[in-house]
Design a protein around this ligand. Structure first.
Ligand SMILES: [Zn+2]
Length: 413
């Protein structure tokens, strides 16, 4: 039977019926509903003859052996946030099932094909995203911190994982799964407004943004709101306010998809009768180019220092977290571009703001690429998340073409 993309849409609706409710998808990792989704997936794959294994990090693998041990991987995550959408993560996995069906029908593939359902991409229950993929990539280094994590009900992470057969201390043994991997392909909804605004169904993802996250504290002097003349004030909020406006200019000037966000400002004393003494700001900056990201950070720091001098206040920076940009494989980007041109006529290149399992796999040195399909209204992590059916079907076709091209490029050379 040839590829039947409408079957993917029907499968996704079935999954939503089985694991969602009136508030959206409820497939939170390490819960009964998640396990039900994994069982459902096992049932869907069974006909293809691919063999299921669960690795020490809880990742669910389906392997279709081919003429060579070298493997082309297709991956996604069936877990969702609470009250999530029907497509985030699940599309990749369910479209992958359809591609497996097509490949299995065609007979034994020249290379091994593996579909992976990564465990706990969302980190919804314990606040740790990309659990399974970071274990397989070998980049998980926070076991001590994870051991101390609890969910909202006070259940410790290791205890919850144990119920699903995962021992935290052994999770890194999942690394062996990537040993024979030649390529990793992931299809995902965009979760943003770019493709919709360009009226394009599909795009190739160049990589995931590098992120610089800082706490920026401005310190001035609390003073009476009535008795302190305007020119005698040391107003910490003035520094914060000017920086908030400046980061928009920095992002605009830098271009290339640059984004800067001041996600929070807490002022003290925070009463209506006092000039602000301290303003604690949270700043997030992202870019696909490491030098440009470093430049945006330098510009923001210099601007904050200038504002501090102007306002006679002080400023202090503290790094909260950062990650390098992770670039996808050039050859696979070309193949993805071809695949999209073939099914949709026009392609587009774009970076990914959110991190994805694909970033972990790429970090492990496996050639990786992602396809994005348009998200309606750019919404995700809500039951309002949606994509037109015709676009979902195109995305399954594009993934299938990409898989075929990748397989023949590895089989041939
Ligand atoms: Zn996702």
């Amino acid at each position: 039977m040839p590829l039947d993309p409408s079957r993917t849409v029907a499968d996704l609706r079935e999954l939503q019926q089985l694991t969602g409710d009136e508030n959206g998808a409820q497939r939170v990792a390490w819960t009964e509903t998640w396990e039900r989704a994994r069982e459902w997936l096992r049932g869907k794959v069974a006909d293809t003859g691919a063999e299921q294994t669960i690795d020490p990090a809880g990742n669910q693998w389906f392997t279709l052996p081919g003429g060579s041990d070298r493997a082309v991987l297709i991956g996604g995550h069936i877990d969702s946030v609470p009250n999530g959408g029907w497509l985030d993560g699940a599309l990749n996995v369910v479209a992958g099932v359809e591609v497996l069906r097509r490949i299995a029908e065609d007979g034994s593939p020249p290379v091994t094909i593996r579909l992976v359902n990564w465990a706990d991409e969302e980190g919804a229950r314990f606040g740790r995203s990309l659990f399974g993929s970071s274990a397989a990539a070998g980049s998980m280094s926070d076991q001590d911190e994870l051991r101390a994590r609890h969910d909202a009900a006070g259940i410790a992470l290791p205890d919850a994982l144990q119920e699903y057969g995962v021992e935290l201390d052994r999770a890194l043994e999942a690394r062996s799964e990537l040993e024979g991997a030649s390529a990793y392909l992931e299809l995902h909804i965009e979760q943003g407004p770019v493709l919709e605004s360009m009226d394009l169904p599909l795009g190739v993802v160049l990589g995931t943004f590098g992120v610089e996250r800082h706490g920026v504290t401005f310190r001035g002097q609390a003073a009476h709101a009535g008795s302190t003349p305007m020119d005698k004030r040391r107003d910490a909020l003035a520094g914060a306010a000017r920086l908030e406006l400046e980061i928009r200019e920095i992002a605009k000037r830098t271009g290339g998809g640059a984004v800067c966000t001041m996600g929070g400002v807490v002022t003290k004393p925070g009463i209506v009768t006092s000039v602000v003494e301290t303003a604690d700001c949270l700043l997030d900056q992202r870019h696909l180019d490491a030098d440009k990201l470093a430049g945006m950070l330098r510009d923001a720091k210099e601007a904050s220092e200038q504002f501090a001098r102007d306002e006679d206040i002080e400023v202090e920076w503290e790094r909260i977290w950062n990650i390098e940009p992770i670039l996808f494989d050039e050859r696979l980007i070309e193949l993805a571009d071809e695949a999209i041109h073939e099914v949709a006529g026009t392609s587009h290149h774009l970076p990914s703001g959110p991190l994805h399992d694909a970033a972990e796999v790429a970090r492990a040195g496996i050639p990786t690429v992602m396809l994005f399909v348009q998200s309606l209204r750019g919404l995700s992590h809500t039951k309002l998340e949606d994509t037109k059916e015709e676009h979902l079907e195109l995305s399954v076709q594009a993934l299938d073409r990409l898989a075929a091209k990748t397989i023949s490029s590895f089989a041939g050379g």
